[in-house]
Design a protein. Structure first.
Length: 202
């Protein structure tokens, strides 16, 4: 398992505006764009990215996870990303200020998405070295599965605690997975950037 902390993420104002329009029905205006830029500037106080990730051979993945692998998959990558609890606390404090709450919610989604993207890029470099393609990452919505994968990854190393009696992940944590498949013979297409398959105890 690999751990990385305090890496930089590029928060995109345009994507936050799109999320606000789709999820909260807010039309993009010059005023909203200015508010998004301001909240991004403030985000340095709250967004503290960290991640743990690994890539398992197909044989190990089938023994240690409940994720069904496609027939042509040779490996499975897993990651848990966290942006830290500070932004979550700020969101709770903004409960009585709907506009600020919406901006912070968009910030949280963008920060989680970009933290995942950073991790995928790192693993992509490994996949390319192995002459493999990677599927798009899929976030795990099922609570028991996500908690099980988070435990397998050892999320305590990035400050995330899971209660065995109530294994729900905090909102500032996201668990995702994706598959590796060999580049077809004769194909000129290069693998997406990402790592060598890592074996873990069954």
């Amino acid at each position: 398992m690999t751990k990385i902390k305090n890496f930089r993420v590029n928060l995109r104002a345009r994507e936050m505006a799109r999320w606000l329009k789709k999820e909260r029905g807010l039309e993009t205006t010059p005023e909203l764009e200015l508010q998004i830029q301001e909240i991004i500037k403030e985000s340095k106080k709250w967004v503290m990215p960290a991640a743990v990730y690994t890539t398992l051979t197909r044989q190990t993945a089938e023994k240690t996870t409940s994720i069904p692998l496609p027939p042509d998959a040779v490996a499975l990558s897993l990651t848990a990303v966290s942006i830290g609890p500070a932004l979550e606390a700020e969101l709770k404090n903004a409960a009585k200020d709907p506009q600020r709450e919406m901006l912070l919610a968009a910030l949280a989604q963008e920060a989680l998405g970009q933290s995942l993207h950073f991790t995928v890029r790192l693993i992509g470099e490994q996949a390319e070295a192995e002459n493999c393609l990677m599927s798009s990452p899929v976030s795990v919505p099922e609570v028991p599965v996500a908690a099980s994968l988070a435990t397998l990854l050892g999320v305590a190393r990035i400050g995330v605690e899971i209660d065995a009696a109530s294994p729900e992940l905090p909102p500032h944590v996201r668990v995702s997975h994706w598959f590796w498949t060999p580049v077809p013979k004769g194909s000129s297409r290069r693998a997406e950037p990402a790592g060598r398959a890592e074996k873990v105890p069954a």
